[in-house]
Design a protein around this ligand. Structure first.
Ligand SMILES: [Zn+2]
Length: 131
């Protein structure tokens, strides 16, 4: 993605129409509609569609993080939410793959999708209790 969409341009206490968001970020209205399809929340389905500033900000932040696909070591990337998530109740199952690699599986706290990641045994020792 070439454009830098700074989530801080959004005022969280106001709501935006699709046109206003398009104007704010110099993107096409269709781009904003694709964000809505992609998970950007609208207040309701009535036209004109209105988006809460705080939802837009969070969406753009998650999009940004999603693009980087960087998770902190306590996080697992959720494909459905397109964001790094701390597994629900901080619980993960772990399956050894080989001497140093493990597969972690948890539940996304947001969508309850199963989230997985490969990790190194050493890396997870400090984060989760390994049995
Ligand atoms: Zn999720």
């Amino acid at each position: 993605m070439a454009k830098r969409l700074n989530p801080n341009n959004v005022k969280i206490h106001r709501s935006y129409t699709v046109s206003q968001i398009a104007y704010l970020y110099s993107v096409h209205k269709n781009t904003v509609h694709s964000w809505i399809k992609d998970g950007l929340a609208t207040i309701d389905k009535e036209r004109p569609l209105l988006i809460l500033g705080r939802d837009l900000k969070r969406y753009l932040q998650e999009k940004r993080e999603g693009n980087k696909k960087k998770c902190k070591s306590s996080e697992i990337y959720c494909v459905k939410c397109r964001a790094p998530k701390i597994p629900a109740e901080n619980m993960v199952d772990y399956k050894p793959i080989n001497k140093s690699q493990v597969l972690l599986s948890g539940l996304c706290p947001t969508c309850e999708n199963i989230i997985n990641k490969f990790s190194r045994l050493e890396e997870i020792k400090g984060i989760w209790a390994v049995q």
